[in-house]
Design a protein around this ligand. Structure first.
Ligand SMILES: [Zn+2]
Length: 138
C-alpha cells in the first residue's frame, strides 16, 4: 500500500509527555467543534506518546477514554465509517501561511494531531499558530 505524502511515521517517545499548552488549545478547539462530551472528556487524560520522524510537528496521542461509541462515530463520519472521524482546520504562523491541522479520532479515541505546512519535514510552532479557521468534521 503506497504511503501518502505527509503521512506521519511515528517515533515513540521514551515516555509519554503532557500536551503542551499550545497543543491543548488546538485540541480543545478541534474537539469543541465536534461538540461531543465523550471526546471532550478524553482531553483530561490525553498525553503525547510519539512524534513524527519526518521532522514535522505532528504528534500521536493517547487518552484513557472512554471511546466514542461506534454508532456515534458513524453519525459524525461523512463517509459512514464507524472507526474514524477527522477534524480538519487551517491556520498560519508568521512563516507558514497555510498550515493544515487535522485531528484523527481512531476507534473512538483521539489518536493523532497533524500539523502540516505544505511539505514533509517542516516543523510548525504550535504556539505561533493563529486561530483555526474552516473547521470541518468528516
Ligand atoms: Zn511528519
Amino acid at each position: 500500500m503506497p504511503v501518502d505524502v505527509g503521512q506521519p511515521v511515528w517515533q515513540d517517545l521514551q515516555s509519554p509527555r503532557d500536551l503542551s499548552a499550545a497543543e491543548r488549545r488546538l485540541l480543545e478547539t478541534l474537539v469543541g467543534a465536534v461538540g461531543d462530551p465523550v471526546l471532550q472528556r478524553q482531553l483530561n487524560t490525553a498525553a503525547v506518546t510519539a512524534s513524527c520522524r519526518c521532522g514535522c510537528s505532528s504528534v500521536r496521542l493517547l487518552s484513557e477514554g472512554p471511546p466514542v461509541a461506534e454508532a456515534r462515530t458513524r453519525q459524525l463520519s461523512e463517509v459512514d465509517r464507524s472507526d474514524h472521524v477527522q477534524v480538519d482546520a487551517w491556520s498560519r504562523t508568521p512563516v507558514h501561511p497555510d498550515v493544515h491541522v487535522v485531528l484523527h479520532v481512531v476507534a473512538g479515541l483521539i489518536a493523532e494531531l497533524e500539523l502540516f505546512a505544505g511539505e514533509e519535514g517542516v516543523a510548525v510552532s504550535a504556539a505561533e499558530l493563529a486561530d483555526l479557521t474552516g473547521i470541518t468534521v468528516a
